[in-house]
Ligand binder design. Sequence first.
Ligand code: PEP
Ligand code: MG
Length: 569
Amino acid sequence: MYEGIAASRGIGIGAVCRIEEHDLTFDMHQVEDVAAEKQRLHDAVKRFKEETTEMAEDVRKRIGPKEAAILEGHLEMISDPAMVGEMDKMIDSRQCAEAAATAVCDMFINMFSSMSDELMNQRAADVRDIKTSILKLLLGIEDIDISKVAPGTVLVARDLTPSMTSQIVKENVAGIITEIGGKTSHSAILARALEIPAVLSVPGILDQVHDKDTAIIDGTEGQVFINPEGDVLSTYIRKREDYIRKQGELRKFYGKDTVTADGKKLELFCNIGTPKDAKKAMECDGEGIGLFRSEFLFMNSSHLPSEDEQFEAYKEAVETMQGRAVIIRTLDIGGDKDIPYLHLKKEDNPFLGFRAVRYCLKNADAYKVQLRAIMRASAFGKVKIMLPLVTVVDEIRAAKALVADIAKDLEAEDIDFDRNIEVGCMIETASASLIADKLAKESAFFSIGTNDLTQYTMSVDRGNPHVAYLYSAFQPSVLRSIRNIIKAANEAGIPVGMCGEAAADPLMIPLLIAFGLDEYSVNPVLVLTARCIISKWSVEEAKALADKVMELDTEKEIVDLLKASAKEL
Ligand code: PEP
Ligand code: MG
C-alpha cells in the first residue's frame, strides 16, 4: 500500500496508464538568424495561446469557470509583454528560442517559489507548465492524448498539468495518482471538480507501476494499492459501491432545509475564496456564504485592488447568492498569507505578529477602501462584515467607527448601501474566546475560526508537521473554548457560526448541535454531507453525547468515543 495526500474523495479502480515525462533537453546553440529565431518563438507562443484558449473554452463548458480560470491564468501570464519581451532580448544576444524560454521561465519560477506562500508556489507551478508547453512546441513533441484513454483508466503521472487534466473525459478516468502536488494544487482542484478520486504526492509511484497494472485509489483516505492481493480488490469493489450509493442518497438532501432529527432548524453556509466560488455554493445548495476570504482578491493581483475592483468582486458574489447572506471577511493577511506588494516586514513570529485586523486598523486608509467597497456591495443583497483575528474589544469598536464614518460619506454622496449592515467578528484567538461575553456586546454575530482557534489555544503552528499531533479541534481545551464561545453568544442573543474546517467534521457536528451552534459554514462540496449528518442527530441525543465527551481527559479518548457513537451516513 502506498500513501499520499487524499486530494479528491471516492474509490477508483482501474488499469494504469503511465504518463511519461518527455525529454525536453535541447541543443544549446548560438543562432545566426535572430529574426527567424524570434519568429520561431512567436509562432510557438501563438500556438500555445490558441491551444490554451481552446482548452479553456472546453473546460469552461465541461467543468466550470473556476477550473477554466487556471488556463486563462496561463494565457494572462504569457501575454504579459515582460515575459516574451525578455525572451526576445535573449534571442537578440543570439541565444536559441529554447534557451531563451527556459531562462526567462526559470527566472519567474525561482521568484515565485522563493515566496513561502502556497498561492505563489502555485504560480511557480503555472510557469513550469507554460515552460514545458512552449518547449514541447519548439521541439515538436506531441503529448499523449488523454482524451482518448479507455474507460476504467487510472492515470499515473509525476504531475498532471492543467493542460493535461483539461483533456480528461470524466467517464473514462477512474482515478488519478501523482508524485507531486498538494490539496490545493491545480490537479487536485480539477480532480475534485470532475469528481474523480485522486491521491497526490505519492513519492516514486511512477517507477513502481507498469501500464495495465490494476490500481485501487482511495481518495478519501489517501491510499493506493497496485496489483492488490488477497481480498483487497473485492473489499474495495464493495467500498466503491457503498460510496456511490451514499453519494446518491445525499442527493435527497438537495433543496431541503437543514434540520436536526428533532426539527431544530440550523443554517448551512459555505466558505468561498473568489466571487466565482459563490456559483459553486449555489450549485451545492449552500444557504449563504459564511466566510468570503477576501484576501484571495488581493493575492491574485499585482497591486492593491482599487475600490471599484473590490466592489465589482463583492457585488458579483452578493448577486450570485440572490439575497442569501454573504459574510465578507476583511483582509486577513500575514501569518501564512503574504502579499508581496504590501512589503510586510519579516517577523520572527508572523502568526503572532502584525497581521489581519491589526494591520488593517493601522493602515486605515487602505482598510476604508475595502470597507467602502463592501458597504457599496451591500446595496445588492444581504452583506455582513466580519473582522479576522480579533483579540480585544477596541478592535471591533475601531472598525465600527470606520464603518460609521464611511456610512456618513456614502449618505453624503448619495450612494446606496445597507444602513443596517452588521459587523461581527471571528473568534479564533484565545483572547477573543476568553472575552467572548464582552465581544458579544459589540458584535452583531460571531463566527468561530477553529483553524486558528486550535493553533492559538494549543500553541501549535498550524503548518508545522512536528507538532501536528497536537493540532486537533478535539483537544479538551479547544472544545471547552468552543462551548464557551457559543454559550456567550447564546446568552447575548447574537447568532454564532463556525467557519473553520471543524464545522464540516462529522465527528464534531453532534457536539456543535449540543453546544447550540446556529450556523455551519463549510466547503461547498460538503454541504449535503453536513446536512445529512445534522439530520441524524436530535439535540437531546447530541447533548447526552457531549456531556460524556466533556468529561474525558484526552483527545484520543474523545475521538474514540465520537467515532464509536458516529452515525452511518
Ligand atoms: C479559521 O481560522 O478557522 C478560518 C476559517 O480562517 P483561515 O483558515 O482563513 O485562517
Ligand atoms: Mg483564521
